[in-house]
Design a protein around this ligand. Sequence first.
Ligand SMILES: [Zn+2]
Length: 196
Amino acid sequence: MASAQKPSTGPFNLRRLDALRFAQAGETLAGELPLTDLSRLGEDLHGPIDPRARVNWSARGEWRAGPAGAAPQAWLHLQARGEVPLTCQRCLAAVSTELTVDRWFRFVADEATAEAQDDDCEEDLLALEPRPDLQAVIEDEMIMELPLVPMHGTCPDTPAALRSPGDLAAQEAQEAQEAPERPHPFAALRKLKDRP
Ligand SMILES: [Zn+2]
């Protein structure tokens, strides 16, 4: 009889996770995703993307007691890490940037419940149904970690023609400051007056 059998714990599908069973079993999934598979993230990257580039990720399920006698809840700890090429906002060359994700999610019955409770709790919520696509969640979280203004600590040398307008303006301002002061028009006059 099926009910007498020990519940099966796997394999779990990353793209359509049975999060309830995953959490109840305290399972862990881990793997690598080619960066080229994350096309939404790819739109923000400095292309072309190295086909060997990978995002390492892991997901661990946890079945936790609910607050104050409430039913136990399914939780998921998601971690991901990857080096991505971004466009330096100073020199416009590629700047390799590490993105790390470390987040907890609590599962609720469906998307309507997630939306209704989202403002009232600190943790991130995911719906059990339809089954979540963890690859899409990983990609969403990586996108959230993108820096607003990616920049080299020290830009590699670049020809002046490739410098950003901000740098050119700064350079012009500095040159203007360094330029010798033009003689005051009355200076010559004063000189005449001072003559004995
Ligand atoms: Zn730079």
